[in-house]
Design a protein around this ligand. Sequence first.
Ligand SMILES: Nc1nc(C(F)(F)F)ncc1COP(=O)(O)OP(=O)(O)O
Ligand SMILES: [Mg+2]
Length: 221
Amino acid sequence: MTRIDSEDMRRLLKLYFIMGSVNCRLSPEDTLTAATDGGITLFQFREKGLSALKGAALLQLGGQLREICRNSGIKFIVNDDLELAAALDADGIHVGQDDLPARLIRQRLGEHKIIGVSAHNLTEARQAIADGADYLGVGPVYPTTSKDDAQAVRGTTVIEELRRSGLSIPVVGIGGITLENAPPVIRAGADGLSIISAIAGAEDIRETARRFAQLVTAPSS
Ligand SMILES: Nc1nc(C(F)(F)F)ncc1COP(=O)(O)OP(=O)(O)O
Ligand SMILES: [Mg+2]
């Protein structure tokens, strides 16, 4: 099996919804169903925070969300947890600088699984590429309420720096992105937007996802 083609990866990153039970106003299942109906292109199960599920409950929710993704033709990514990703037969995993190195994950999961890595600067980006990352999550672009240990807010400067340095790896911007502040992220050179609370906390999840999806396909409008 081979690595995902980078153009296919770019298409998957267009509207990358990330969520765990702590982020949801409705049930996680209803939230994800509405988001897939609205047109998300990729999903990451990120169960974090004080009231995060663990053990059997975590596995059960993961299985339910995986099923919703399967039925909607959306790939299912797990955050941080290699054992959970393997147990759920996830399509891939996302790891940060404090998680398992991507090169060890690539050895464990093989070529056909998607590996995403968080990068905050050019050095981390180059290391992730050398380690076999299929995409980079770059942020936080704006102040975020979804990650209490987030690094410094950098705007779109890191995305611009990666592109100026000639890095063509698929990149998704993350951190505090809303419908209002999203266009500069795409203009800076990101292939897509990663959204947590702007979709999970929306009054109308489906319509909000639909508007984000519209925006990433026509950022200048
Ligand atoms: N989960 C993420 N997903 C992305 C993605 F690219 F997928 F948008 N980018 C960045 C992160 C942040 O990853 P990390 O630094 O490990 O923090 P946490 O484990 O708290 O999420
Ligand atoms: Mg992490």
